[in-house]
Design a protein around this ligand. Sequence first.
Ligand code: NAP
Length: 272
Amino acid sequence: MSNAMRQEENQTKATLGGKMLTGQQAVVTGGTRGIGLGIARVLNKHGAKTAITGLNDVNPKPYEDEGLHFFQMDVSDGNSVRNTVSEIADTLGGLSIAVCNAGIFPQIAIEDQSDDDFDDIVNVNLRGTSNVVRAALPHLKSAPVASVIFTSSITGSYVGYPGWALYGATKAAQLGYMRSAALELAPHKITVNAVLPGNVLTESLADLGEEYLGQMSRSVPLGYLGSTEDIGEAVAFFGSNRSRYITGQDLILDGGQILPETQEALEMIQAE
Ligand code: NAP
């Protein structure tokens, strides 16, 4: 039996015998709160040893109590990312799932944007994604099953919103990066996919106010905002052997938000 077949059989046994991600090690950037924390909790629940990273150095105890390992790093700083990702792989005993989730989404009208705004958004959302993939790659290459998952967005990739031109551009750029990365890493059996949340109820989204939240819920055909766990379950699938034949794909998780062809189509189902 070839090495590849043996690794595959071991992975299948692990999946059948235990949880979906038993034997795997994951890092989730921007995992201290919001969608990233939801993703990390779900990966951990499915059996992956999971590390989270955040920009600010915080008390790790609450995360450790949940079984998560906390590391501080700025994703826009290549050196910091390289060192921290190595430290994470050492701590977890390898790395098989890299979730590039850290992101910022300031809402700034084009006329008000400064050069610094451009640099900040691009450096965190796009340079950060590239930094994490490059740092994770040597570790992913030695894992029997490995995957990279991006948290992109429907904003920019499929739809637009005033004030989010720069943000949307970086989220669409992640998908452009993903397609070539998926091809390049295919020979190493590393899959690269993206989840595209619609409006997910996080503290940051709640900060946008009741009016925004109400307007957003009403624009979702399923009638409610997504939870961070909804996103986590999709990431867990992309990280597992169950999706081993899927690469270079983006999956929209938006409760049907971008489906209605016209405002009338939405109003018709709301009237029911
Ligand atoms: P969030 O609640 O604002 O959390 C952002 C996370 O990213 C925090 O852990 C933060 O760390 C970290 N972070 C920020 N800047 C960083 C940097 N320079 N280096 C390292 N970590 C950094 O965000 P969220 O709403 O969960 O969004 C997470 C991802 O989902 C983003 O990529 C966003 O584009 C995408 N998304 C969100 C929604 C939504 O509805 N919320 C919809 C579509 C897509 P600290 O806690 O230390 O600041």
